[in-house]
Design a protein around this ligand. Structure first.
Ligand code: WT7
Length: 683
């Protein structure tokens, strides 16, 4: 695999068998042996229509589907002819079944007062009512089926209610993570042609207030200058920080929902009607609006939630996913996959270390959390903060632990198992993406023997393989490209407004013919996720990371190009190259190499440091704090090939502090550049 530069270095031999359900206090395992897993997986691939059709019928349909699947690569249609509503399946369906008094959402606020933190519990009835009211408020603002509603809020129950209200009336939501800046709002609102924004005055984060409404105001101003008018901004009061008010455009959330009617029937949506857009970074240019549709996404997130987390209603379970709803993990595993399973979903507003580093464990203890789902970057932070924090708390309620976002290093996996799972709980390391909508390769907690660092085996309906560019399956042990060779219900249906990029990014990599799909409209009939991986002698998958110019920082993707554009938009920077580098907590940090304009070349180390700080702040304001470079180096020139391509692999080894650059440099245009780069001070 010379062109992917993938080399496998891990060798991990530890294997942990799943515990008996009694050992973790689970009533039972829904899938309790590898034989059962294999039989179901085999059937799901042999008869996808039968497999998914049966599961889909467990949910509510206004009109049954006529066919389960039609796939002409890259275009899939699932549950054809059916009409359903995901909000209905999350909320109303439970009320109709007489279960309206059960808890749907448990929420805990960040600030801790004298009587402890604020806690809110919403039943399915509450959620149905609040969702209907907000849906009516949106309608009164002119929001119609198919309109894109932008949501930029903190982690309050109203954020989930906002998503569900859109789903209720068939509006498409586009949630923007509250950590992004005004610039990120501008790009996404423009791309989606959205006219309505839902926000909060502010969001609590580690004891301070993030001024969300100010950011929306700034974005609206820029948008107006570019000829795009945002018609309505609906603001929820949460922090009571001071905000500006624009009469006519601005509306108060509480006032509007108080005056809205309680009844708002769910819109019967076609299976393939769009449910949401979610923006994610790619290797080039602006973020991609990933499109997900209604029924396939509903069925797949429902199924993965159930089997991967072993969700069982009426068994006193409380499911907690620590992600923000602004990421796909929050969409799928705080809201849409969990609510239809009728297990309470816990939402926490703030930071894991506020007011102290044991906040998460306090929450687990207080609410008797049974499933806990987090990211490797968080686990590494817990390790660093010290074993004593989890040790102080009763974590015996936990049944299943999960991780997602990036490959987990075996050391962090072992720490998680010992200090959080107390050597009892199975760990599900779930590999998936914004584009896949739900888990793709993952253990099942009662069936799969696990190995630290491996996401193990494909979920039902997933035909995963390690291939070369010609689609040849590689022998176990060899690194190659991860391929998904058949469609699954929650696959992305496109990149909003960019058909070409959709085909080019995901459906062009494998030069292969597949007799199942005789006339694809894309060069490849198989999906390419952009990851390199290998399988071991047991066929287990080990993800080795991205093969494109995307870096995974704290479990979230950033395009190197996005950060480079942000740097170059600063007056001092002429050219920039950004690469990933090893980082203790984030997994991968960001290293930036910049050439400066002569007028802005700093005079002395102090001035250089000041400029680096200014550049970091600039990137934060252009994209968000998540994109701030960890290391900036100024250099006279960047190493390039004769054709002008920046030699990123070389920069990566310099950023990682490797002494010898044992890479092929024969195409390097200017050898002296290399020596100069090495001398450039890092900071
Ligand atoms: C990329 C997707 C899915 C929600 C979180 C991130 C990496 C994700 C794992 C895992 C190894 C993983 C991949 C993937 N990734 N989960 N369990 N093991 N790598 O979503 O921002 O869409 O990023 O994250 O590289 O392609 P995303």
């Amino acid at each position: 695999m010379a062109d992917t530069g993938i080399e496998s270095v891990l060798s991990e031999n530890r294997v942990f068998d799943p515990p008996a359900p009694e050992a973790v206090g689970a009533p039972r395992w829904l899938i309790s042996s590898m034989d059962e897993y294999r039989a179901m997986h085999e059937r799901s691939l042999r008869d996808p229509e039968g497999f998914w059709g049966e599961i889909a019928r467990e949910l509510h349909w206004f009109q049954p589907f006529e066919r389960v699947l039609e796939f002409n690569p890259p275009d899939a249609r699932w549950f054809i002819g059916g009409r359903t509503n995901l909000c209905y399946n999350c909320c109303d369906r439970q009320v109709d079944a007489g279960l309206g008094d059960q808890t749907a959402i448990v929420w805990e606020g960040e600030p801790v007062g004298a009587d402890g933190p604020e806690i809110r519990r919403l039943t399915y009835r509450d959620l149905t009512l609040e969702t209907a009211r907000l849906a009516n408020a949106l309608k009164s603002l002119g929001v119609r089926k198919g309109d894109v509603v932008t949501i930029y809020m903190g982690m309050v129950p109203e954020l989930a209610i906002a998503c569900l209200a859109c789903a209720r009336i068939g509006a498409v939501h586009s949630v923007i993570f509250g950590g992004f800046s005004a610039g990120a709002i501008v790009d996404r609102v423009l791309d989606a042609d959205s006219r309505v924004i839902l926000t909060c005055d502010g969001a609590w984060r580690r004891g301070s207030v993030v001024p969300l409404k100010d950011n929306v105001d700034a974005a609206c101003k820029t948008l107006a200058e570019q000829g795009h008018e945002v018609s309505h901004v609906l603001t929820l009061r949460r922090c009571n920080n001071e905000i500006a008010w624009h009469d006519g455009r601005d509306h108060d959330w509480h006032e509007m929902t108080r005056n809205a009617g309680d009844e708002c029937p769910c819109e019967p949506m076609d299976s393939e009607d769009m449910l949401f857009l979610l923006y994610t970074s790619g290797s080039t240019g602006k973020p991609k609006g990933i499109r997900h549709t209604t029924a396939g996404y509903m069925v797949y997130t429902y199924t993965t939630s159930r089997y991967v987390f072993n969700l069982i209603p009426d068994a006193d379970q409380v499911f907690w996913c620590t992600a923000d709803i602004g990421w796909i993990t929050g969409h799928s595993y705080i809201i849409y996959g969990i609510l239809p399973n009728r297990v309470p979903t816990l939402m926490y507003e703030g930071a894991p270390n506020h007011p102290a580093p044991d906040r998460f464990w306090e929450i687990v203890e207080r609410h008797r959390v049974t499933q806990f789902y987090t990211a490797p970057t968080a686990i590494r932070a817990f390790m660093k903060w010290g074993d004593e924090h989890p040790a102080r708390h009763d974590l015996t309620s936990l049944q299943v632990l999960g991780t997602v976002g990036e490959p987990i290093n075996p050391e962090a996996w072992m720490w998680y198992r010992k200090h959080i799972g107390r050597d009892r709980c199975p760990i599900v390391d779930t590999w998936w993406q914004t584009e896949t909508g739900g888990h793709m390769i993952t253990p099942l907690p009662g069936a799969t023997p696990t190995k630290p660092g491996s996401c193990t085996l494909p979920f039902f309906g997933i035909d995963a393989a390690i291939c070369d560019d010609e689609g040849n399956e590689l022998p176990n042990g060899s690194g190659g490209l991860l391929a998904i060779r058949s469609p699954w219900p929650s696959m992305l249906r496109g990149i909003h407004g960019d058909r070409e990029r959709f085909i080019e990014t995901y459906w062009s990599r494998f030069k292969v013919e597949d007799p199942r799909y005789p006339s694809p409209s894309s060069p490849s009939p198989w999906y390419f996720p952009g990851d390199g991986a290998k399988r071991d002698s047991d066929g287990y998958f080990w993800i080795m990371g991205r093969v494109d110019d995307v870096i995974n920082v704290s479990g979230h993707r950033l395009g190197t190009m996005e950060v480079e554009s942000a740097l170059v938009s600063h007056e001092a920077v002429v050219e920039a190259a950004v690469v990933g580098m090893p980082h203790e907590i984030k997994g991968t940090g960001i290293a930036a190499f910049c050439t400066l304009s002569p007028d802005h070349t700093p005079d002395g180390t102090e001035a250089a440091e000041a400029l680096k700080d200014a550049l970091r702040a600039h990137v934060a304001s252009e994209i968000g704090a998540i994109a701030k470079p960890d290391q900036i180096r100024f250099t006279d020139a960047l190493p390039k090939t004769r054709s002008g391509k920046i030699m990123r692999r070389l920069l990566r080894s310099i950023a990682a502090g490797e002494q010898e650059v044992n890479q092929d440099t024969t195409t390097l245009e200017d050898y002296s550049v290399l020596a100069k780069l090495r001398e450039s001070d890092e900071g």
